[in-house]
Design a protein around this ligand. Structure first.
Ligand SMILES: Nc1nc2c(c(=O)[nH]1)N=C([C@H](O)[C@H](O)COP(=O)(O)OP(=O)(O)OP(=O)(O)O)CN2
Ligand SMILES: [Zn+2]
Length: 139
């Protein structure tokens, strides 16, 4: 039988607060562009992240990778740095990077890719709210 390629996804939720504010824009521009999300005292989200890994379905184990291992990588790359944190103040990456969900997806990609087998990370999908969804595939 020829080699089969599979995709596996693990879902993880975490809570964090943030403020959309760019240091390269004036206060007026920040207010105009980010509106209520520029509130000086911030606001919170219950984020849901889907991490998808692509790979060969191993003939012996029947797995692309062990989901138990993926769970541990997610704990390291997502939960420890982000859960119950103020993204802008607690996560050094966001000191000079606006904490949009796009940039959050890049942060999570860069953190996950360091832990996973080379070339295996396929997609990071984040639900910031039920209606606001971002996908990043490492490009
Ligand atoms: N391109 C992006 N646009 C916006 C982002 C983002 O990350 N990328 N983020 C925000 C805010 O963080 C904001 O919290 C979004 O929340 P909100 O507008 O309240 O969410 P909903 O659209 O789901 O809420 P409803 O008011 O119920 O429609 C803004 N833009
Ligand atoms: Zn927000």
């Amino acid at each position: 039988m020829s080699e089969r390629i599979g995709f596996i996804t693990r879902v993880q939720s975490f809570s964090a607060c943030h403020r959309l504010h760019s240091k390269s824009l004036s206060d007026e521009e920040n207010k105009r562009i980010f509106g209520k999300c520029n509130n000086p005292n911030g606001h919170g989200h219950n984020y849901t992240v889907e991490v998808t890994v692509r790979g060969k379905i191993d003939r012996n184990t029947g797995m692309v990778m062990n989901l138990t291992d993926l769970k541990e990588y997610i704990e390291e790359a997502i939960m420890k740095p982000l859960d119950h944190k103020n993204l802008d103040l607690d996560v050094p990456y966001f000191a000079d990077v606006v904490s949009t969900t796009e940039n959050l997806s890049v942060f999570i990609w860069d953190s996950m890719v360091k832990l996973l087998p080379p070339g295996s990370l396929y997609e990071i999908k984040i639900y910031e709210t039920d209606k606001n969804i971002v996908v990043y595939r490492g490009e």
